[in-house]
Structures are given as structure tokens and as C-alpha cells.
Design a protein around this ligand. Structure first.
Ligand SMILES: Cc1ncc(COP(=O)(O)O)c(C=O)c1O
Length: 282
């Protein structure tokens, strides 16, 4: 069965789905997106994803013309029809199709979705962890909006791949760690301090980040939302990155140096256990 796309209420093979040349998403990256996952037809953290989508749409002054409930129903349909047990769901809403220029396109927003299989790491790869590099955060001033403007992110990821790493962690002009190119960052600093950068408008509020913080609180695990520098990160005994498709990925190499013992650490395991989707499937 081919992977499926959704366009204007119709489901079709992803490779056959087409959008217009005149889409403002194509011209300017003028649009927003959400990446969700579903297990057995149920979308993980649906309310949280819809709330963030709403914030992004408002920030870009896009009125989608379909309610959150309608979008959720369409995503669920797509997830079920995809035939996968674990599904990656991508939803994008652009400003619409119209003449190039600042005027709002005559034809309202374009909503597209697709579903593919959610790819997860093998246990062996997860135990080994991944390598990351650090790079200056050169993004625009609103990375808290989940917009389509991801050029610095994807260039950073390309650089990471060229260096044999999987992800790039950004630091700002004051050497403070912000987030990674497509994930949020957590670290265990000396003294067993679990930390993650705060929501100050300079990072995306990852749904995975949100859920991990929530689960940690429920389990009496203290995670500080606080600033830490690139030098402090280099002293971390554990680092992990989080994202919808990544879930929790242990980082065992940082700029060519080993992190902690060089394999996935105990806090990362513990948090993965409480975040783990098995819990969601209960
Ligand atoms: C820059 C950035 N930070 C963090 C995340 C993680 O967000 P979530 O956990 O909602 O997938 C993403 C996901 O795409 C991202 O692009």
C-alpha cells in the first residue's frame, strides 16, 4: 500500500499529491505545520498539538477555515487508512494560493497532510546513542512559532550529517544552549541536575518536551527549566534530545567528545520509561 496524502478532504497516494506553483508556502515559507504521531489510530498528545497549531496560526494571521476537531478527524482517518500501527502524521497549512506579493491570496489557506510509518531506533542503536555537534543559533527571532521557515535548521542538520553526527544543538550569542535543529535538549549536569532550556520565545515548545516535563513532575523527578551554557553542556553526564518522531534520543557524543560513559545513561532510561508510548497504549 502506498503512503497516503490528504488534500482538501481527499485522500490519495502521497507521490501523486500536488500543490500549486503560486502557494505562498512555496514562495515565502508562509505557513505553519505540526508533526504528530498516532498509535493504533489514536493521536498522541492531540490537544497539545492542536493548541500549538492554533498559536502558530494566530502568529501568522492564518485562518484555516476548518476547526481543530475537523483537522483531528482528518488526521485520524489518514492514520487509520495508512495501515501502519505507528504513524507519523504531518500537517501543513499555508497562507494560500495567489499572486506573489504581500496581499493575502484570494484563495484561502491550503491544508495538506501526509502519513508515513513512524520510524524508531533499534534497541541497540538507542543504547549506543548518537553524536551531535554544536552550532551558533542563526535562526530568526521567532523559533517559538512552528513555521515553515526551517532553512537554518536544515542547513545545521546537513552540517551535522557531514560530520558524522545526527543532530546540531544551537547556542546563542551568549553561548547559552537553546535547542537542536529539530528537537529540544535536556541534560544532566554535574550534581545530578536535570535541566532543559526555558520557554522564552527563543525555542519551540516541543510537545515531547512538554509531556516529559509533565511525566517527570508526576513521578517526582525534578527537571529545572533553566539556562545553561555550551561549556556546561560539555560537562554533562547525560544529554538527550526529544521530538515527536525522535521520542527521546540519547546523545553520547558531543563535538567529537564522549558524553558521560559514552552509552545511554540512567536518567535518560528512566525518563524514556515514563514517557514511553507503551504507557500511552495502556
Ligand atoms: C526546532 C524544533 N525544536 C523542537 C522540536 C520538537 O517538537 P515536538 O516534540 O513537538 O516534535 C521540533 C520538532 O520538529 C523542532 O523543529
Amino acid at each position: 500500500m502506498p503512503d497516503l496524502a490528504w488534500l482538501d478532504g481527499k485522500i490519495m497516494p502521497l507521490t501523486e499529491a500536488r500543490v500549486s506553483f503560486l502557494d505562498h508556502g512555496y514562495f515565502y515559507g508562509y505557513g505553519v505545520y505540526e508533526a504528530c504521531k498516532a498509535f493504533a489510530g489514536k493521536i498522541y498528545a492531540l490537544e497539545e498539538h492542536l493548541a500549538r497549531l492554533d498559536r502558530s496560526l494566530r502568529a501568522l494571521r492564518i485562518t484555516p477555515g476548518r476547526s481543530g476537531a475537523e483537522l483531528a478527524r482528518a488526521m485520524k482517518d489518514l492514520a487509520v487508512q495508512s495501515g501502519y500501527e505507528a504513524v507519523f502524521l504531518y500537517l501543513q497549512i499555508t497562507r494560500g494560493v495567489g499572486k506573489r506579493g504581500a496581499a493575502a491570496p484570494e484563495n484561502g489557506p491550503v491544508i495538506t497532510m501526509f502519513a508515513t510509518e513512524l520510524e524508531t531506533m533499534t534497541p541497540a542503536d538507542w543504547n549506543a546513542g548518537v553524536a551531535v555537534i554544536t552550532l551558533p543559533d542563526e535562526r530568526w527571532a521567532h523559533p517559538d512559532i512552528k513555521s515553515l521557515n526551517l532553512l537554518p535548521n536544515i542547513l545545521a542538520k546537513e552540517k551535522a550529517l557531514e560530520k558524522g553526527a545526527q543532530e546540531a544543538i544551537f547556542y546563542n550569542e551568549r553561548n547559552i544552549v537553546t535547542e537542536a535543529a529539530s528537537s529540544n535538549v535536556f541534560a544532566v549536569l554535574p550534581g545530578e541536575r536535570l535541566v532543559t532550556p526555558p520557554l522564552d520565545g527563543r525555542i519551540l515548545e516541543g510537545v515531547s518536551r512538554l509531556m516529559i516535563l509533565r511525566r517527570a513532575r508526576e513521578n517526582d523527578i525534578r527537571i529545572e527549566e533553566t539556562y545553561f551554557t555550551r561549556a556546561e553542556l560539555a560537562q554533562a553526564t547525560e544529554i538527550f534530545i526529544t521530538g515527536t518522531s525522535e521520542e527521546i534520543i540519547p546523545v553520547t557524543g558531543l563535538d567529537g567528545a564522549r558524553v558521560g560513559g559514552g552509552t545511554t545513561g540512567p536518567w535518560t532510561r528512566r525518563l524514556y520509561d515514563i514517557y514511553l508510548r507503551a504507557e500511552f497504549l495502556k
